[in-house]
Write a protein that binds this ligand. Structure first.
Ligand SMILES: NC(=O)c1ccc[n+]([C@@H]2O[C@H](COP(=O)([O-])OP(=O)(O)OC[C@H]3O[C@@H](n4cnc5c(N)ncnc54)[C@H](OP(=O)(O)O)[C@@H]3O)[C@@H](O)[C@H]2O)c1
Length: 332
Protein backbone atom coordinates (compact mmCIF):
# COMPACT_ATOMS: atom_id res chain seq x y z
CA UNK A 1 0.00 0.00 0.00
CA UNK A 2 1.35 3.42 -0.99
CA UNK A 3 0.83 6.98 0.23
CA UNK A 4 1.43 10.32 -1.47
CA UNK A 5 2.67 13.15 0.75
CA UNK A 6 3.19 16.92 0.55
CA UNK A 7 6.50 17.46 2.37
CA UNK A 8 8.46 20.57 3.30
CA UNK A 9 11.45 20.90 0.97
CA UNK A 10 12.80 24.18 2.40
CA UNK A 11 11.75 26.65 5.05
CA UNK A 12 9.84 29.57 3.46
CA UNK A 13 11.47 32.98 3.52
CA UNK A 14 8.54 35.35 4.05
CA UNK A 15 5.48 34.36 2.03
CA UNK A 16 5.36 30.60 1.42
CA UNK A 17 5.77 29.47 -2.21
CA UNK A 18 4.63 26.27 -3.90
CA UNK A 19 8.33 25.53 -4.58
CA UNK A 20 8.94 25.29 -0.80
CA UNK A 21 7.13 21.94 -0.92
CA UNK A 22 7.46 18.73 -2.86
CA UNK A 23 5.15 15.75 -3.48
CA UNK A 24 6.61 12.30 -2.79
CA UNK A 25 5.28 8.74 -2.89
CA UNK A 26 6.24 6.14 -0.30
CA UNK A 27 5.33 2.63 0.85
CA UNK A 28 3.34 2.32 4.06
CA UNK A 29 4.57 -0.09 6.74
CA UNK A 30 2.45 -3.19 7.55
CA UNK A 31 -0.07 -2.73 10.39
CA UNK A 32 1.06 -3.60 13.90
CA UNK A 33 -1.12 -4.30 16.93
CA UNK A 34 -2.90 -1.13 18.10
CA UNK A 35 -2.57 0.59 14.69
CA UNK A 36 -5.05 1.54 11.97
CA UNK A 37 -4.67 2.23 8.27
CA UNK A 38 -6.43 5.46 7.30
CA UNK A 39 -7.56 6.81 3.94
CA UNK A 40 -7.43 10.57 4.49
CA UNK A 41 -10.60 12.25 3.18
CA UNK A 42 -10.12 15.92 4.08
CA UNK A 43 -7.23 17.96 5.45
CA UNK A 44 -7.73 21.22 7.32
CA UNK A 45 -5.75 24.16 5.96
CA UNK A 46 -5.14 26.29 9.04
CA UNK A 47 -3.23 29.52 9.55
CA UNK A 48 -1.11 27.87 12.26
CA UNK A 49 0.45 25.58 9.62
CA UNK A 50 2.42 28.57 8.29
CA UNK A 51 4.17 29.07 11.63
CA UNK A 52 5.13 25.38 11.91
CA UNK A 53 7.08 25.70 8.63
CA UNK A 54 9.62 27.96 10.37
CA UNK A 55 12.44 26.60 12.49
CA UNK A 56 12.27 26.38 16.27
CA UNK A 57 11.09 30.03 16.45
CA UNK A 58 7.66 29.04 15.04
CA UNK A 59 5.20 29.80 17.79
CA UNK A 60 3.08 26.68 17.17
CA UNK A 61 6.17 24.43 17.23
CA UNK A 62 8.11 23.34 14.19
CA UNK A 63 8.29 20.46 11.72
CA UNK A 64 11.27 18.75 10.08
CA UNK A 65 12.21 19.14 6.43
CA UNK A 66 11.25 16.11 4.35
CA UNK A 67 8.26 15.18 6.52
CA UNK A 68 4.56 15.58 5.62
CA UNK A 69 3.34 19.08 6.43
CA UNK A 70 1.56 19.27 9.79
CA UNK A 71 -2.20 19.06 9.23
CA UNK A 72 -5.30 17.90 11.05
CA UNK A 73 -7.64 15.73 9.04
CA UNK A 74 -10.57 13.37 8.88
CA UNK A 75 -10.18 9.93 7.35
CA UNK A 76 -11.77 6.53 6.98
CA UNK A 77 -10.44 3.31 8.49
CA UNK A 78 -9.32 0.92 5.73
CA UNK A 79 -7.94 -1.70 8.12
CA UNK A 80 -7.68 -1.91 11.90
CA UNK A 81 -5.69 -3.76 14.52
CA UNK A 82 -7.06 -1.45 17.23
CA UNK A 83 -10.04 -2.61 19.28
CA UNK A 84 -11.94 0.71 19.28
CA UNK A 85 -12.06 1.18 15.49
CA UNK A 86 -13.41 -0.88 12.58
CA UNK A 87 -13.12 -0.74 8.82
CA UNK A 88 -15.34 2.09 7.52
CA UNK A 89 -15.29 4.20 10.69
CA UNK A 90 -14.76 7.93 10.21
CA UNK A 91 -12.00 9.39 12.38
CA UNK A 92 -10.33 12.69 13.23
CA UNK A 93 -6.60 12.93 13.85
CA UNK A 94 -3.26 14.63 13.17
CA UNK A 95 -2.77 12.81 9.86
CA UNK A 96 -0.37 15.23 8.17
CA UNK A 97 -0.49 16.14 4.49
CA UNK A 98 -0.82 12.70 2.88
CA UNK A 99 -3.34 10.45 1.19
CA UNK A 100 -3.02 7.43 3.53
CA UNK A 101 -1.31 6.82 6.83
CA UNK A 102 -0.74 4.20 9.53
CA UNK A 103 -1.32 5.59 13.03
CA UNK A 104 -1.91 4.32 16.56
CA UNK A 105 -5.67 3.97 17.03
CA UNK A 106 -5.53 5.63 20.44
CA UNK A 107 -4.52 8.93 18.76
CA UNK A 108 -7.79 9.11 16.86
CA UNK A 109 -11.32 10.18 17.61
CA UNK A 110 -14.18 8.14 16.13
CA UNK A 111 -16.67 10.53 14.55
CA UNK A 112 -20.47 10.52 14.64
CA UNK A 113 -21.66 11.17 11.08
CA UNK A 114 -25.39 10.93 11.83
CA UNK A 115 -26.06 14.68 11.78
CA UNK A 116 -23.08 16.22 9.93
CA UNK A 117 -20.50 14.91 7.44
CA UNK A 118 -17.10 13.96 8.85
CA UNK A 119 -15.44 17.09 7.42
CA UNK A 120 -17.65 19.27 9.69
CA UNK A 121 -15.29 18.19 12.51
CA UNK A 122 -12.62 20.27 10.77
CA UNK A 123 -14.97 23.22 10.14
CA UNK A 124 -17.97 24.31 12.20
CA UNK A 125 -17.26 21.65 14.85
CA UNK A 126 -13.48 21.73 14.39
CA UNK A 127 -11.08 22.55 17.18
CA UNK A 128 -9.14 25.07 15.09
CA UNK A 129 -12.29 26.63 13.59
CA UNK A 130 -15.71 26.39 15.28
CA UNK A 131 -14.40 25.68 18.78
CA UNK A 132 -11.81 28.46 18.42
CA UNK A 133 -14.48 30.95 17.38
CA UNK A 134 -16.69 29.82 20.29
CA UNK A 135 -13.87 30.02 22.85
CA UNK A 136 -12.81 33.48 21.67
CA UNK A 137 -16.25 34.99 21.25
CA UNK A 138 -18.04 33.46 24.25
CA UNK A 139 -15.51 32.26 26.86
CA UNK A 140 -12.95 35.05 26.42
CA UNK A 141 -14.89 37.88 24.77
CA UNK A 142 -18.08 37.30 26.78
CA UNK A 143 -20.19 38.58 23.87
CA UNK A 144 -23.61 39.81 24.92
CA UNK A 145 -26.80 41.19 23.45
CA UNK A 146 -26.45 44.75 22.20
CA UNK A 147 -22.64 44.63 21.84
CA UNK A 148 -21.08 46.14 18.74
CA UNK A 149 -18.65 43.42 17.65
CA UNK A 150 -15.90 43.67 15.04
CA UNK A 151 -14.23 40.55 13.60
CA UNK A 152 -11.08 40.63 11.43
CA UNK A 153 -10.37 38.02 8.71
CA UNK A 154 -14.15 37.74 9.00
CA UNK A 155 -14.64 35.87 5.72
CA UNK A 156 -12.14 33.16 6.74
CA UNK A 157 -12.92 29.96 8.64
CA UNK A 158 -12.72 31.17 12.25
CA UNK A 159 -14.05 34.58 11.23
CA UNK A 160 -17.25 33.26 9.58
CA UNK A 161 -18.17 31.29 12.69
CA UNK A 162 -17.19 34.12 15.06
CA UNK A 163 -19.49 36.54 13.17
CA UNK A 164 -22.41 34.12 13.26
CA UNK A 165 -21.98 33.32 16.98
CA UNK A 166 -21.99 37.05 17.77
CA UNK A 167 -25.22 37.44 15.76
CA UNK A 168 -26.80 34.46 17.55
CA UNK A 169 -25.95 36.18 20.87
CA UNK A 170 -27.73 39.37 19.75
CA UNK A 171 -24.76 41.58 18.85
CA UNK A 172 -24.40 44.04 15.98
CA UNK A 173 -21.57 42.61 13.87
CA UNK A 174 -19.09 44.30 11.56
CA UNK A 175 -16.73 42.07 9.58
CA UNK A 176 -13.37 43.18 8.18
CA UNK A 177 -12.17 41.37 5.03
CA UNK A 178 -10.13 41.90 1.89
CA UNK A 179 -12.13 43.04 -1.13
CA UNK A 180 -15.70 44.07 -1.96
CA UNK A 181 -16.73 40.53 -2.92
CA UNK A 182 -15.88 39.18 0.55
CA UNK A 183 -17.60 42.17 2.18
CA UNK A 184 -20.78 41.50 0.17
CA UNK A 185 -20.57 37.82 1.18
CA UNK A 186 -20.33 38.80 4.88
CA UNK A 187 -23.41 41.01 4.71
CA UNK A 188 -25.51 38.89 2.32
CA UNK A 189 -24.61 35.38 3.51
CA UNK A 190 -23.04 35.53 7.00
CA UNK A 191 -25.56 37.95 8.49
CA UNK A 192 -23.10 40.77 9.24
CA UNK A 193 -24.69 44.19 9.72
CA UNK A 194 -21.80 45.90 7.93
CA UNK A 195 -18.42 45.03 6.44
CA UNK A 196 -15.16 46.95 5.99
CA UNK A 197 -12.80 46.25 3.08
CA UNK A 198 -9.33 46.70 4.58
CA UNK A 199 -7.75 46.60 1.11
CA UNK A 200 -9.54 49.86 0.29
CA UNK A 201 -7.48 51.55 3.07
CA UNK A 202 -8.59 53.97 5.81
CA UNK A 203 -9.74 51.13 8.09
CA UNK A 204 -9.94 53.30 11.23
CA UNK A 205 -12.17 55.81 9.43
CA UNK A 206 -14.35 53.05 7.97
CA UNK A 207 -14.78 51.48 11.44
CA UNK A 208 -15.68 54.88 12.92
CA UNK A 209 -18.36 55.28 10.25
CA UNK A 210 -19.72 51.75 10.77
CA UNK A 211 -19.62 51.96 14.60
CA UNK A 212 -20.07 55.64 15.56
CA UNK A 213 -20.48 54.76 19.28
CA UNK A 214 -17.34 52.61 19.25
CA UNK A 215 -16.85 48.87 19.35
CA UNK A 216 -17.46 46.83 22.48
CA UNK A 217 -15.68 43.67 21.37
CA UNK A 218 -12.93 43.17 18.81
CA UNK A 219 -12.16 39.56 17.79
CA UNK A 220 -8.77 39.81 16.10
CA UNK A 221 -7.39 37.24 13.69
CA UNK A 222 -5.03 39.59 11.87
CA UNK A 223 -2.97 41.93 14.13
CA UNK A 224 -0.75 44.71 12.75
CA UNK A 225 -2.42 47.83 11.35
CA UNK A 226 -5.92 46.35 11.63
CA UNK A 227 -5.47 45.87 15.38
CA UNK A 228 -4.43 49.52 15.72
CA UNK A 229 -7.46 50.65 13.70
CA UNK A 230 -9.73 48.73 16.08
CA UNK A 231 -7.97 49.99 19.24
CA UNK A 232 -8.55 53.53 17.96
CA UNK A 233 -12.29 52.85 17.78
CA UNK A 234 -12.96 51.14 21.12
CA UNK A 235 -15.88 52.16 23.28
CA UNK A 236 -15.28 52.52 27.02
CA UNK A 237 -14.79 49.14 28.67
CA UNK A 238 -14.19 47.34 25.34
CA UNK A 239 -12.76 43.80 25.17
CA UNK A 240 -10.11 42.97 22.59
CA UNK A 241 -9.66 39.23 22.01
CA UNK A 242 -6.37 38.20 20.36
CA UNK A 243 -7.23 34.98 18.53
CA UNK A 244 -4.35 35.24 16.06
CA UNK A 245 -2.26 37.63 14.00
CA UNK A 246 -1.99 36.20 10.49
CA UNK A 247 -0.52 39.43 9.10
CA UNK A 248 2.59 38.66 11.18
CA UNK A 249 3.07 34.93 10.48
CA UNK A 250 5.37 35.32 7.47
CA UNK A 251 8.00 37.10 9.60
CA UNK A 252 7.77 36.05 13.25
CA UNK A 253 11.25 37.48 13.90
CA UNK A 254 9.86 41.00 13.44
CA UNK A 255 6.34 40.98 14.87
CA UNK A 256 4.73 44.43 14.74
CA UNK A 257 2.96 45.15 18.02
CA UNK A 258 0.07 47.61 18.41
CA UNK A 259 1.32 51.20 18.48
CA UNK A 260 -2.01 52.44 19.92
CA UNK A 261 -1.97 50.23 23.01
CA UNK A 262 -2.37 53.31 25.23
CA UNK A 263 -6.00 53.39 24.10
CA UNK A 264 -6.43 50.41 26.46
CA UNK A 265 -5.97 52.38 29.70
CA UNK A 266 -7.60 55.48 28.16
CA UNK A 267 -10.79 53.54 27.44
CA UNK A 268 -10.67 51.22 30.48
CA UNK A 269 -10.45 48.41 27.97
CA UNK A 270 -9.07 44.86 28.23
CA UNK A 271 -6.93 42.90 25.77
CA UNK A 272 -6.93 39.13 26.26
CA UNK A 273 -5.35 36.32 24.29
CA UNK A 274 -6.19 32.62 24.24
CA UNK A 275 -5.31 29.27 22.77
CA UNK A 276 -8.25 27.00 22.06
CA UNK A 277 -6.71 23.96 23.79
CA UNK A 278 -6.87 25.87 27.10
CA UNK A 279 -10.65 25.32 26.91
CA UNK A 280 -10.46 21.55 26.29
CA UNK A 281 -12.63 20.80 29.33
CA UNK A 282 -15.46 22.77 27.65
CA UNK A 283 -15.16 21.26 24.17
CA UNK A 284 -18.13 18.92 24.61
CA UNK A 285 -20.44 21.79 25.60
CA UNK A 286 -19.12 23.97 22.80
CA UNK A 287 -19.58 21.20 20.23
CA UNK A 288 -23.10 20.52 21.45
CA UNK A 289 -24.06 24.23 21.20
CA UNK A 290 -22.53 24.55 17.73
CA UNK A 291 -24.25 21.36 16.52
CA UNK A 292 -27.56 22.68 17.91
CA UNK A 293 -27.21 25.95 16.01
CA UNK A 294 -26.40 24.02 12.81
CA UNK A 295 -29.49 21.83 13.31
CA UNK A 296 -31.63 24.95 13.92
CA UNK A 297 -30.34 26.53 10.70
CA UNK A 298 -28.69 29.40 12.59
CA UNK A 299 -25.09 28.50 11.76
CA UNK A 300 -23.44 27.44 8.52
CA UNK A 301 -19.88 26.85 7.41
CA UNK A 302 -19.05 27.90 3.87
CA UNK A 303 -16.38 25.55 2.50
CA UNK A 304 -13.69 25.94 -0.11
CA UNK A 305 -12.49 22.45 -1.08
CA UNK A 306 -9.36 21.92 -3.17
CA UNK A 307 -8.95 18.50 -4.82
CA UNK A 308 -5.72 16.47 -4.77
CA UNK A 309 -2.72 16.21 -2.42
CA UNK A 310 -0.67 17.80 -5.23
CA UNK A 311 -2.64 21.01 -4.55
CA UNK A 312 -1.81 21.07 -0.82
CA UNK A 313 1.08 23.58 -1.29
CA UNK A 314 -1.17 25.83 -3.40
CA UNK A 315 -3.77 25.70 -0.63
CA UNK A 316 -1.25 26.94 1.96
CA UNK A 317 -0.30 29.81 -0.37
CA UNK A 318 -4.00 30.51 -1.00
CA UNK A 319 -4.82 30.79 2.72
CA UNK A 320 -2.01 33.26 3.33
CA UNK A 321 -3.13 35.34 0.30
CA UNK A 322 -6.82 35.35 1.23
CA UNK A 323 -7.93 33.20 -1.72
CA UNK A 324 -10.32 31.24 0.52
CA UNK A 325 -13.85 32.08 1.62
CA UNK A 326 -14.87 30.12 4.70
CA UNK A 327 -13.16 26.84 5.60
CA UNK A 328 -10.31 25.82 3.31
CA UNK A 329 -9.97 22.04 2.97
CA UNK A 330 -7.90 19.75 0.77
CA UNK A 331 -9.49 16.48 -0.37
CA UNK A 332 -6.33 14.46 -1.02
N1 LIG B 1 -6.11 31.14 19.37
C1 LIG B 1 -6.26 29.92 18.86
O1 LIG B 1 -6.27 28.90 19.57
C2 LIG B 1 -6.46 29.78 17.37
C3 LIG B 1 -6.88 28.56 16.82
C4 LIG B 1 -7.09 28.48 15.44
C5 LIG B 1 -6.89 29.63 14.65
N2 LIG B 1 -6.46 30.77 15.22
C6 LIG B 1 -6.24 31.97 14.42
O2 LIG B 1 -7.42 32.28 13.69
C7 LIG B 1 -7.05 33.09 12.58
C8 LIG B 1 -7.80 32.59 11.35
O3 LIG B 1 -7.27 31.33 10.99
P1 LIG B 1 -7.98 30.37 9.93
O4 LIG B 1 -7.18 29.12 9.93
O5 LIG B 1 -9.44 30.34 10.19
O6 LIG B 1 -7.69 31.08 8.53
P2 LIG B 1 -8.73 31.81 7.59
O7 LIG B 1 -9.31 32.96 8.34
O8 LIG B 1 -9.63 30.85 6.93
O9 LIG B 1 -7.75 32.34 6.44
C9 LIG B 1 -6.88 33.36 6.70
C10 LIG B 1 -7.45 34.70 6.20
O10 LIG B 1 -6.65 35.73 6.75
C11 LIG B 1 -6.70 36.84 5.89
N3 LIG B 1 -5.35 37.42 5.79
C12 LIG B 1 -4.22 36.79 5.40
N4 LIG B 1 -3.16 37.65 5.46
C13 LIG B 1 -3.67 38.83 5.87
C14 LIG B 1 -3.10 40.12 6.12
N5 LIG B 1 -1.78 40.34 5.94
N6 LIG B 1 -3.90 41.11 6.53
C15 LIG B 1 -5.23 40.90 6.70
N7 LIG B 1 -5.84 39.71 6.49
C16 LIG B 1 -5.05 38.69 6.08
C17 LIG B 1 -7.20 36.35 4.52
O11 LIG B 1 -8.47 36.92 4.28
P3 LIG B 1 -8.65 38.35 3.51
O12 LIG B 1 -8.98 38.01 2.09
O13 LIG B 1 -9.76 39.00 4.25
O14 LIG B 1 -7.35 39.07 3.60
C18 LIG B 1 -7.35 34.85 4.70
O15 LIG B 1 -8.47 34.33 4.04
C19 LIG B 1 -5.53 33.02 12.47
O16 LIG B 1 -4.96 34.20 13.01
C20 LIG B 1 -5.18 31.84 13.34
O17 LIG B 1 -3.87 31.89 13.84
C21 LIG B 1 -6.24 30.86 16.57
Amino acid sequence: MQTKKAVLARRPQGEPKVSDFTIVEADLPPLEDGQVLIEVEHLSIDAFIRTTLDGPQGHHGTMDLGTPVTALGVGRVLDSRFDGLQQGDATFGPFGAQTRTVVPGNMLRKLDESAVPARAYLGALGMTTGLTAYAGMICVGEVKEGDTVVVSAAAGAVGCIACQIAKIKGARVIGIAGGQEKCDFLVNEMGCDAAVDYKAGHVAEALAAAAPDGLDLFFDNVGGEILDAALDNMAKGARVVICGAISQYNDLQHVRGPSLYLRIPERNARMLGFTVDHYASEFATMESDLAGWIADGKLSMPEHIVEGIEQFPDAIVMLMNGGNRGKLLVAP
